[in-house]
Write a protein that binds this ligand. Structure first.
Ligand SMILES: Cc1cc2nc3c(=O)[nH]c(=O)nc-3n(C[C@H](O)[C@H](O)[C@H](O)COP(=O)(O)OP(=O)(O)OC[C@H]3O[C@@H](n4cnc5c(N)ncnc54)[C@H](O)[C@@H]3O)c2cc1C
Length: 424
């Protein structure tokens, strides 16, 4: 694996028991927060990143052990990571390109089926599949040597915003003052809640069970997805070699049952669902990770900047929006927030501070459309495929077939899935 090289010395994490100032503070240590903090520092802004988990170094994933958090990365994510000089430093042996997506309706046959192909779309791949740890490890490596970035392992307890600047009070007693706060603090965003930014939120009454499997047949760089009668959705995403990562969205009751299954019982499940299509495509499956589950919901913050009276805080990633994983787009959308924010701040007029209201509004305006469209499509797909009425079932099966036969619609779908937007 290639490493990130710089001439700067390694700087350890700073303890937080002191008062500090910075141009920008990023709160959150997920991929979105880490990528944003690195990009801001690279652009020359004095940046502090705060999260409780920043002290734990994420080891470089290696060998036959594959992490449990696996993501589909869209070309827009690849573009941002390349801009941050992360993409070339990633161990590409642990990334799988996706050349085809095969999506089946609840009859599981050729008549309700959608095939998206990189070849037809004239692009080398539709997406990449890889581990969360792979990306996080590489961002951590680059961040350690970035002299404009200071990382503090702590928890934000309180936020104060006045007309000039902001102050964050930390659990361990320190205070950080900055012109601008970026809240990348996840779906439950304490900062969003403290600022009183309202959200629309809806539970899907489903959890996603994720697990990694080895498969007997080659997956042919294909991501499969089956919409099952009753609303379950099973995705099998290709990993390097003969391996796949499963995301099975199902009811809380079935989640509890799935988490208890033995290898033999899993084989029975796969033989039973989708008329055995999963086993026909991938052959015998052997479990090689402990299945884990994530509850699923939809969240959208009403505003992406706050507080109302004097905005000095920007929401990015899951703090701003959470969606069903059926399209594998939540993280990609969050990284597009990062790309637009970095672009907005780095191209600001020389007389504007990073917290200038005009800039914050520019960011919010640009992110509203992409977010609304993706949340709407994902939500409608989820609901259409959960519907049990005959009319809706016929409509969706007819719709899948129609889309599959239309080169024009498919092309538009692929463009959206690729997340191509200009942020240079
Ligand atoms: C089953 C499943 C599969 C998915 N698959 C895909 C996929 O294939 N592709 C895709 O694009 N997306 C996918 N997603 C969505 C993706 O997981 C999320 O969108 C993404 O992880 C959000 O990242 P984030 O950095 O915004 O938030 P998080 O990863 O939740 O990070 C939040 C951070 O904030 C920190 N924090 C919280 N509170 C505080 C505080 N008070 N002070 C300091 N720090 C704080 C936390 O410690 C954490 O470090 C999937 C989601 C699920 C559930």
């Amino acid at each position: 694996m290639s490493e990130v090289h710089t001439n700067l010395p390694f700087r350890p994490l700073t303890p937080s028991l002191q008062n500090k100032t910075a141009d920008v503070v990023v709160v959150g240590g997920g991929i979105v927060g880490k990528a944003c903090a690195l990009g801001l520092a690279q652009s020359g802004l004095q940046t502090i990143e705060i999260a409780p988990d920043l002290g734990q170094s994420i080891p470089s994933p290696q060998g036959s052990h594959w992490g449990q958090r696996i993501y589909a990365f869209s070309p827009s994510t690849q573009k941002l990571l390349a801009q941050l000089q992360i993409w070339d430093a990633i161990d590409h042996g642990r990334l799988q390109t996706v050349r085809d997506m095969r999506i089946y309706g609840d009859r599981g046959g050729k008549e309700d089926y959608l095939h998206l192909s990189a070849f037809e779309a004239g692009t080398p791949q539709l997406a990449w599949i890889g581990e969360s740890d792979l990306i996080e490890h590489t961002i951590d490596q680059a961040s350690r040597f970035q002299n404009k970035l200071e990382r503090i392992s702590d928890v934000v307890k309180k936020v104060n915003v006045d007309s000039e600047k902001t102050a964050l009070h930390l659990k361990n007693g320190g205070t950080i003052s900055a012109k601008l706060i970026i809240a990348a603090d996840g779906a439950n965003s304490p900062i969003r809640n403290e600022l009183g930014i309202t959200v629309s939120e809806e539970s899907y009454a489903q959890s996603a069970v994720v697990a990694n499997w080895s498969c007997a047949y080659p997956h042919l760089k294909t991501a499969f997805q089956w919409f099952l009668p009753g609303g379950d959705i099973v995705a099998m995403l290709p990993l390097p070699g003969k391996q796949v990562s499963m995301v099975w969205s199902t009811s809380p009751e079935n989640t509890a049952d799935l988490l208890k299954l033995s290898q033999t019982q899993w084989a029975d499940q796969f033989a039973f669902i989708a008329n055995g299509a999963i086993l026909k495509q991938l052959g015998e499956l052997k479990l090689y990770s402990i299945p884990i589950a994530f509850p699923l919901r939809k969240i959208r913050a009403e505003r992406f900047i706050g507080p109302e009276a004097s905005p000095k805080v920007v929401l990015i990633g899951d703090a701003a929006h959470v969606m069903h994983p059926l399209a594998g787009q939540g993280l990609n959308l969050g990284l597009r927030d990062v790309a637009v924010l970095l672009n907005t701040l780095s191209k600001r007029e020389s007389f504007r501070q990073p917290n200038d209201l005009v800039l914050l509004r520019r960011y919010e305006r640009q992110r509203q459309g992409d977010t609304s469209a993706l949340l709407w499509v994902t939500d409608k797909l989820k609901k259409l495929f959960s519907a049990t009425s005959n009319t809706k079932r016929q409509l969706r099966n007819w719709g899948l077939d129609l889309v599959n036969k239309s080169h024009f619609i498919k092309q538009r779908l692929i463009e959206r899935a690729l997340g191509e937007i200009g942020f240079e």
